[in-house]
Design a protein. Structure first.
Length: 233
């Protein structure tokens, strides 16, 4: 933060098929661009950042921090978003802050949800799965289990009765959910810029920083292309 003004923040979230780019000043979102689902994030992201900055009269060096979702999610999308965030932080000297995309999604669950599972498609009829829990209505979410990859047929039947389930993986696998669990509304299942902003801004104000050289996407396993390459070796 410079002087007494609110920090100027760029938000990149490319873990899902339709990525988003946003600008914020302190806790207030100033503008959001949704990237074209039919085109590659690599083609749309840089122009979207340029247009958002220009529309508010900001230069890249005016940014105090770039907040980026680190997944799990699309391999290609995450690589584009994270490499762009790293390059921007390196070139301008702004702070780099990574946010777990599942933590952002958890913040979007309805207030009555206390026990939550976030899922994303991991291909081959498997999902990324992580549990979250909060104490009381409106409480802060905390991870209740480590992020894992599990077969849908094994993990869905284990979900506790009355639990809530959310995440982009439901677009493909919701029909396999047990009748005893609740599904979060579709419009709340993907990470939204305001959720990344809440987590990222809190980290910024606490003085936390991520190393642009060490920070990596949250994958857990190789991509399909990497697995095929390993099988041919």
């Amino acid at each position: 933060m410079t002087g007494s003004r609110a920090p100027r923040l760029l938000i990149l979230e490319t873990s899902t098929q339709a990525g988003q780019v946003a600008l914020a000043e302190g806790g207030s979102l100033l503008g959001v661009r949704r990237l074209d689902e039919a085109r590659r994030h690599a083609r749309d992201l840089a122009p979207a950042v340029r247009d958002l900055l220009g529309g508010h009269g900001w230069r890249p060096r005016d940014l105090d921090a770039v907040i980026v979702g680190r997944g799990p999610g699309s391999y290609t999308g995450l690589r584009v978003g994270i490499m762009s965030a790293k390059a921007l932080a390196y070139a301008t000297g702004c702070v780099l802050l990574a946010v777990d995309s599942f933590a952002a999604i958890a913040r979007q669950a309805p207030p009555e949800a206390l026990n939550l599972h976030v899922v994303a498609d991991a291909q081959q009829n498997k999902v990324y799965l992580q549990g979250f829990r909060r104490d009381g209505l409106g409480g802060e979410w905390a991870a209740a289990s480590a992020l894992a990859i599990e077969p849908v047929a094994e993990c869905f039947p284990r979900l506790a009765e009355g639990a809530w389930v959310t995440g982009p993986g439901l677009h493909r696998h919701q029909a396999q959910l047990p009748a005893s669990v609740h599904a979060v509304a579709p419009e709340q299942r993907e990470p939204r810029p305001e959720s990344l902003l809440q987590i990222g801004l809190a980290r910024y104000l606490r003085g936390e920083r991520d190393d642009a050289w060490a920070m990596e996407p949250l994958y857990l396993r190789p991509s399909s292309a990497e697995e095929q390459w390993d099988r041919r070796r």
